[in-house]
Write a protein that binds this ligand. Structure first.
Ligand SMILES: Nc1nc2c(ncn2[C@@H]2O[C@H](COP(=O)(O)OP(=O)(O)OP(=O)(O)O)[C@@H](O)[C@H]2O)c(=O)[nH]1
Ligand SMILES: [Mg+2]
Length: 253
C-alpha cells in the first residue's frame, strides 16, 4: 500500500528466464502489494523461474500473442486484483525497479494519473547502450508526435509506465493492437481522454540477455507510430473516427 492505495507491479514476460530474478529481487515490497507476471508462451523456463521466485500471480498464454496482447492480460489481472496504481516493469532488467517508489508516489499524491520513466531525459539512453538508430528514431518520432498531438513528452517509447485505476478504467486498451504499437496507441487514448502524463528521468541498460526488438520490427513499429499520430490529429479535427479513440468510455474534455 502507498498512501492507502493498492500498488501492483505487472511483468510482461517473453523468454525472460535469465533476467526476471534480478528484476524481481529489486522490487520494493515495502510499498508493493502484488506482482503479476504474464508469460507470453515463452520458449524458455520463464514460468518455472517465476514460480521458484514465489511470484503470486502468474498468467500463462496458450500461444504467443505479442507485447500488446501481453499487456492487456497484465492490466486486466491487476484490475481484477483491485489495483489503484499499476506499474508495468519489463522483466528483462532494462529498466531499474528502483524508480517504483518515485513513480508510484507521483500518482498516489494525485499529481499526474500517468507517469513515464523517460530514457531520453538526461543522458541515460546512449550511456546505457541504446543503439544509435533507435536513439535517432526515438527523437524524430517523438518530435513528430509532439507536434501532431500538441504535447511535450521527452519520449513516447519507454516501456516503463505507471497508471492510475481511473485511467485504466477510462481507456479501452483491450481493443488495441497485440503488437508493439499497442504502447503508442495507448498513449493516444490517454491524451485523447484528456489525461496528462508526468515524466521521470530513467537510466536504461542494453545487454546480451536483455530482450530488444530487432530492426525490422522497430521499422514496423515506427510506421505504426506515424500512423497513430496522424490518426490522432484527424480524430481531433473530426475528420475520421478511429475505433480505438472513438471507443473510449466517456470522454473527459
Ligand atoms: N519481443 C517480444 N517481447 C515480448 C513479447 N511478449 C511479451 N514481451 C515482453 O515485452 C517486453 C518488451 O519487449 P522487448 O523485446 O524487451 O522490447 P523493448 O525493450 O521495448 O525494445 P527496446 O526498447 O527497443 O530495447 C519485454 O519485457 C518482453 O519480455 C513478444 O511476443 N515478443
Ligand atoms: Mg527490452
Amino acid at each position: 500500500m502507498i498512501l492507502g492505495k493498492k500498488l501492483i507491479i505487472v511483468l510482461p514476460a517473453y523468454n525472460a528466464a535469465q533476467t526476471i530474478e534480478r528484476t524481481y529481487k529489486e522490487i520494493p515490497f515495502d510499498i508493493v502489494d502484488d506482482v503479476v507476471m504474464v508469460d507470453d508462451f515463452s520458449k524458455d523456463n520463464t514460468v518455472a523461474v517465476a514460480k521458484n521466485l514465489g511470484i503470486q500471480h502468474i498468467v500463462q498464454h496458450e500461444q504467443n500473442k505479442g507485447y500488446g496482447g501481453n499487456q492487456k492480460s497484465c492490466y486486466n489481472k491487476a484490475r481484477e486484483l483491485g489495483a489503484d496504481i499499476v506499474i508495468m516493469l519489463h522483466p528483462d532488467y532494462q529498466y531499474t525497479p528502483k524508480l517504483i517508489h518515485s513513480m508510484a508516489y507521483v500518482i498516489a499524491q494525485g499529481l499526474y494519473p500517468v507517469v513515464f520513466a523517460s530514457r531520453i531525459l538526461g543522458k541515460g539512453a546512449l550511456k546505457g547502450g541504446m543503439p544509435w538508430y533507435k536513439y535517432i528514431a526515438n527523437r524524430l518520432l517523438t518530435l513528430f508526435q509532439n507536434i501532431l498531438m500538441s504535447q511535450k513528452l521527452s519520449e513516447y517509447h519507454t516501456g516503463y509506465r505507471a497508471f492510475s485505476k481511473e485511467v485504466l478504467d477510462a481507456v479501452n486498451y483491450n481493443c488495441l493492437s497485440d503488437d508493439f504499437v499497442f504502447d503508442n496507441q495507448m498513449v493516444a487514448q490517454v491524451f485523447y481522454e484528456g489525461f496528462e502524463i508526468g515524466e521521470i528521468t530513467c537510466p536504461t541498460k542494453y545487454f546480451e540477455e536483455a530482450s530488444s526488438i530487432n530492426l525490422k520490427r522497430s521499422a514496423i513499429y515506427g510506421l505504426g507510430v506515424i500512423w497513430v499520430s496522424i490518426q490522432y490529429r484527424l480524430n481531433k479535427w473530426g475528420i475520421i473516427q478511429s475505433h480505438y479513440l472513438a471507443g473510449s468510455k466517456g470522454r473527459r474534455s
